[in-house]
Design a protein around this ligand. Structure first.
Ligand SMILES: *[C@@H]1O[C@H](CO)[C@@H](O)[C@H](O)[C@H]1NC(C)=O
Ligand SMILES: *[C@@H]1O[C@H](CO)[C@@H](O)[C@H](O)[C@H]1NC(C)=O
Ligand SMILES: *[C@@H]1O[C@H](CO)[C@@H](O)[C@H](O)[C@H]1NC(C)=O
Ligand SMILES: *[C@@H]1O[C@H](CO)[C@@H](O)[C@H](O)[C@H]1NC(C)=O
Ligand SMILES: *[C@@H]1O[C@H](CO)[C@@H](O)[C@H](O)[C@H]1NC(C)=O
Ligand SMILES: *[C@@H]1O[C@H](CO)[C@@H](O)[C@H](O)[C@H]1NC(C)=O
Length: 478
């Protein structure tokens, strides 16, 4: 009996040792809001982001990682692996007073990760629907959620318009008065890191910060001339505090960290996308080419270089599932980029859809080196210089670059063609020179359009009004 027991014990301990070495890696997915291509220290000496720079330089800086022009659609890509034109989220963002949502038949990234036992936590901005509880994070695969539902709010008062928007799981939550959201979120992330045991559990931590979306509000007196610089520094400090704890607690032995923006920078709020053309909410590269990197102590075979392989936000879904050892549905839009990220092998992605918006009547696709734009790319069509003390708003266009609700009337040609490999800054429309390429690209775009799911862009619903929900933006009205 005793022999049997000790045999059993040694069998169990061998099994445990094996199980623990094969434990799926921790995944930390950090999303910055409205961070421009050039608003990071590893590109622009005006910015002060020592923690992010160190991770980026010791990891893999992504130089061709595309995102959607605005917020909700990119978050949809991350959580679903589908292009927004396949989930009805291709137009604008989900407005706080309108009953929009990511369809409930989507199996989300955290739901898939739970299949292999991940603990899943979310800290930050959701923006994928909240009019019914079933659309909110803790009903969509997250064990816990602290953060807000909508597009934007005050960094200190957590309010937008007439309503308060800050939750801890399914309860309204009031962080200590006067605490800046980057600090609130970093503190919550650290609480999670202290509660999880990195040796016997696999953590998925989704950290979509409020930083650096407008309102331009900073914690202290701006350290430099412009508010955005110090807002980005607060984000950097939060990431620094979190990575310190990741290291102290022993997560780093088996962890993949992803950092990405959700869209290009809004130049009207002082963001900068140079040398790229355009800004947030446009189909130009300045709206869609995202600042991003991956970092790991142990999982990347090749590090400390610039990866120029093409990828799109939909690709994170199958890529992270690969890392976790989970099979993704074959009908999603995303492609597994793991070999490309880990070893710099050629990307499996040769083309992608920037967006198809049947309400704005615009679209863009990339095939190989070529990019075709149909209709107007948006309102901010220039190359906007770095902000200066005299002009902290970076010579912003007078017109807001937020999406308008109607198709953009424009004098631009209906089709524009760019060779992104040779002209990444979109200075030369070559549609006249290569009409046959334009025709092939139009053909390809019309094939993509066949699977378009019409935009679910409902009008505002008065039932959303915080006055019916004790002063909060709260579920329960759809
Ligand atoms: C979700 O439902 C819609 C509408 O019925 C359908 O077109 C779509 O294929 C479904 N998506 C998934 C991932 O099941
Ligand atoms: C919250 O803060 C924002 C940004 O400072 C401000 O615009 C807004 O009026 C404030 N809202 C409330 C309810 O105090
Ligand atoms: C991991 O270990 C901790 C403490 O040793 C324990 O409380 C927890 O239940 C374990 N979790 C799993 C999933 O084994
Ligand atoms: C980072 O940690 C330091 C030291 O604890 C703290 O003073 C600071 O407020 C933290 N910053 C953020 C953004 O959490
Ligand atoms: C990285 O991207 C920028 C902006 O599109 C481009 O100007 C640059 O040439 C790219 N670098 C490489 C090595 O491809
Ligand atoms: C309503 O909100 C106030 C704070 O504004 C809070 O103290 C109170 O508990 C809330 N009431 C309910 C029923 O949630």
């Amino acid at each position: 009996m005793a022999v049997e027991l000790s045999l059993l014990a040694s069998f169990v301990s061998i099994f445990m040792a094996h199980a623990s070495s094969a434990r799926p890696p921790h995944i930390v997915l950090i999303v910055a809001d409205d961070l421009g291509w050039n608003d990071v220290g590893w590109r622009n000496p005006q910015m002060h982001t020592p923690n992010l720079d160190k991770l980026a330089r010791n990891g893999v800086i992504l130089n061709s990682s595309y995102v959607q022009p605005v917020c909700t659609p990119t978050r949809n890509c991350l959580m679903s692996g589908y292009y927004p034109y396949h989930t009805g989220l291709q137009h604008d963002v989900i407005r706080g007073n309108a009953p929009g949502f990511m369809p409930s038949n989507i199996t989300t990234l955290p739901q898939k990760l739970k299949e292999v036992g991940y603990v899943t936590h979310m800290v930050g901005k959701w923006h994928l629907g909240y009019c019914n509880w079933k659309y909110t994070p803790t009903y969509r695969g997250f064990d816990s959620f602290m953060g807000f539902y909508s597009a934007m709010e005050g960094y200190y008062n957590h309010s937008e318009g007439d309503g308060y928007d800050f939750m801890f799981n399914t309860d309204v939550y009031y962080p200590p008065k006067g605490e800046y959201s980057a600090n609130v979120f970093a503190k919550r992330a650290i609480d999670i890191l202290n509660a999880v045991n990195p040796k016997n559990e696999s953590l998925f931590l989704y950290l979509p910060f409020q930083s650096v979306h407008d309102p331009t509000e900073n914690r202290d007196k701006p350290r430099r001339a412009f508010l955005l610089v110090s807002m980005v520094s607060a984000l950097d400090e939060a990431v620094g505090n979190i990575t310190t704890v990741l290291r102290e607690r022993g997560y780093m032995d088996n962890l993949l960290l992803i950092f990405t923006t959700d869209n290009g920078g809004p130049v009207i709020h002082g963001a900068n996308n140079l040398p790229l053309r355009g800004a947030k909410a446009t189909l130009w590269e300045g709206g869609t080419k995202g600042a991003a990197f991956v970092y790991s102590d142990t999982l990347l075979k090749k590090t400390k270089y610039l990866n120029t392989e093409m990828m799109h936000a939909v690709d994170w879904f199958p890529t992270l599932l690969h890392v976790a050892g989970v099979t993704a549905d074959s009908n999603i839009d995303g492609l597994d980029m793991w070999p490309t990220l880990s070893e710099n092998t050629p990307s499996p992605r040769k083309e992608f859809v920037y967006n198809i918006d049947e309400i704005l009547k615009n679209a863009a696709i990339r095939v190989g080196n070529y990019k075709l734009i149909e209709g107007s790319p948006g309102h901010s069509n220039g190359w906007y210089p770095l902000p200066t003390e005299a002009d902290p708003q970076s010579k912003a266009p007078a017109i807001s670059e937020e999406y308008s609700h109607e198709a953009i009337i424009s004098s631009e040609p209906q089709y524009q063609l760019f060779d992104i490999a040779n002209d990444p800054t979109e200075h030369f429309d070559i549609s006249k020179k290569y009409p046959e390429v334009v025709n092939q690209m139009k053909q390809r775009l019309s094939e993509y359009k066949k699977s378009l799911v019409p935009a679910n862009y409902p009008p505002p619903d008065p039932k959303s009004n915080p006055k019916y929900h004790n002063g909060t933006w709260s579920p329960g009205w759809c």
